[in-house]
Design a protein around this ligand. Sequence first.
Ligand code: MZP
Length: 511
Amino acid sequence: MAIILDDISRTFSEYLLIPRLTRKGQRADAVNLKTPIAAYTKGQVSRLQINVPIVSACMQAVSGAQLSISLARQGGLSFVYCSQPIDRQVEMVRQVKAHKAGFVQSDSNTTESTTLAEVSELMQKTGHSTVPVTENGTATGKLLGIITDKDFWEFEDDLSRTVGQHMTPFDDVIHGQEGISLTTANKLLHKHKKDCLPIVDANDCLTALVFKKDYVDHRRHPQELLDESKRLCVGAAINTHDYQERVPALLEAGADALCFDSSDGFTDYQLEGIRWIRENYGSKPIIGGGNVVSPEGFDFLVEEGGVDFIKVGIGGGSICITREQKGIGRGQASALLDVAKRRDAYFEETGRYIPICSDGGMANDTQIVIALAMGADFVMMGRYFAMTEESPTPKMSINGQMYKPYWGEGTLRAQNWQRYDDGMSTRKMVFEEGVDAYVPLVGPLADVLDTTLYKLRSTMVNVGSDSLVEYRERAILTLVSAQSVVEGGTSSVFQFNSNRELKDADWGLEN
Ligand code: MZP
């Protein structure tokens, strides 16, 4: 006979946090939200920590290049979806890695003999106003000079003249020598009041460019998640079918973390995939496994496979109908609590800490706060990001409201059969496990995330914690009755319709 678990499958909205002592001096803006992505041994630091505990889902309607850039700039990490050809996914990863770096390879280059008309067209096409002039016109050729949009006037100068006649020649170009630090490069930019600093090697060949705007950008985004070369970090999803081709290409493109994208990761297929990566690339690549909803699934992927992090959640996603279609899954709170308990015990037993990610089903900011209190090191969300300006889908007006399409990876539209395949390589979907829907447009990612994180920090202070580890350790949760959920809303007050038009009087402007 089947085993019946004692507990009821519970969700986040059934719990509330009990406040603990807030110590003098604890402030929401001083809370540290850094959290590990990669497994680590007691006393060591994880080889990848994200600055805010939020990652975006491996989904077509969510993690494209633009969203990945925006999220990394806020300190989080995206997992670019794998339900697309390898070269397209690689291109997205490359775009994120190239987005902003201390030292960037020059994308737009020209030669001395190029005409002003041609270089003007290049500037318009690329949006780059500074173009290095090299002997062979490549990004690594001998640097002969620099031409900018200030060196000629499109409507005044004779555009048949050559770049060589208008450029600043190499001898007059303020440049840096290969090997200088980014700080020194920025100091040179500052000292000479320049916007761009070319870096050359011992043979005067161009190796990189350093931009003032990147420095300014970095100062404005102190939480940015950067790799050792100051490039934005990005994750990439993989599947159990083509990892032998996909993984090498993604690692080559600079993906900082990989994550198996599977609705049920407690399989031999995923284990084989993890082992293949470890055998071929050793312990360096950061690999996420899952999804699982039980300690048994955790042990399987961690002990047998050696994954870095575990994703928890089956059937809770906002667009997911797996529980209805197949009768598998588990309430997200129960699954998370159970796996977190096993993670902690495993840490006690082995000294190895395996971060866990609560994936899907967070319907509001409160549930993110509860998931992190319950033991998640970070959360993965789809709907939340699909609603932002930066998600890869077009916005559209429906009945006067702006929406964006959002669809599950288990829909016919996504055609992500690898995520749901039973290992038999059927290469077709027999039934859907997700829905095709719309979500309201909420605005730029940075604005939305800022509010969410402020709420999280504020709750952490209520619980008397300065870090996520302390938060988990101090958190005391209580189950709520249906009646106390009602009590949690407003009661016996009259509220105006929040959609009404604001009048001058509302702002105190009348009279
Ligand atoms: P949510 O944040 O929209 O609630 O959930 C996003 C998560 O749902 C994803 O990270 C993934 O684990 C899961 N997902 C994606 N597609 C489907 C589906 O089509 C799905 N069923 O369940």
